[in-house]
Ligand binder design. Sequence first.
Ligand code: T5A
Length: 215
Amino acid sequence: MGVFITLEGPEGAGKTTVAQHVAERLRAAGYPVILTREPGGTPVGDQVRQVLLTHHNADMTPEAEILLFSASRAQLVRQVIKPALERSTIVVCDRYADSTLAYQGYGRGLNLNVLRHITDFATGGLRPDLTILLDVEPEVGLARRRRASESGAEWNRLDNETLNFFQRVRAGYLALAREEPSRWRIVDASRPLEDVLEEVWRIVKVWLQDRLRQP
Ligand code: T5A
């Protein structure tokens, strides 16, 4: 079986940049790797992503939102992630089910147990082996997003949420990481990008070495 690594964190934490860097370094080290993302990562998922993130759907209910994120995830797991793991590939995924617990659970206030049931159904119970939380204050992450959007990066429906919402999301991520410390590693993503990239790569390298030593 392969290895399933996820990157999590609030807006502008650096997940996409870090996920690309980790995938490149793993490939350079000789590992077979696929890099994917949520929502999206498949033709069906990319269409669902449009529905989720367009500003036209400002009236979307939290219940519709969780089901759409889950639809994209169900497709990604079966079409991309599981087949790759079965080929002993390392899967690096930019967001996964913990985003649902953080945003729809802690952020929107939906019941966490209900979200866990829906998520288990969508994923068939597939959980990441290692999750890296890029932790950053919402003000810092959103300022980065705003700067990036001025140079053409997407500014989506969820980027318009209140600061309070993003503060709940961040606190939610930290609570999830504390609940399951063996799976999560927390990285201070407010530091310069080079430092964040080096720390995440060191974590992944050490974690893989430890895993290879296990019988
Ligand atoms: N969502 C998603 C849910 O609500 N529920 C779910 O179940 C799922 C799966 C997805 C949205 O959907 C929500 C969460 C999101 O709101 P998205 O575009 O996939 O949207 O996710 P975002 O987090 O919004 O993506 P971003 O691109 O903003 O954030 P990243 O990936 O964390 O950041 P990145 O790497 O793109 O970097 C953003 C900018 O910051 C710079 C980068 O160069 C870039 O310009 N940067 C740094 N600058 C200085 N120092 C650093 N350390 C930096 N790191 C990055």
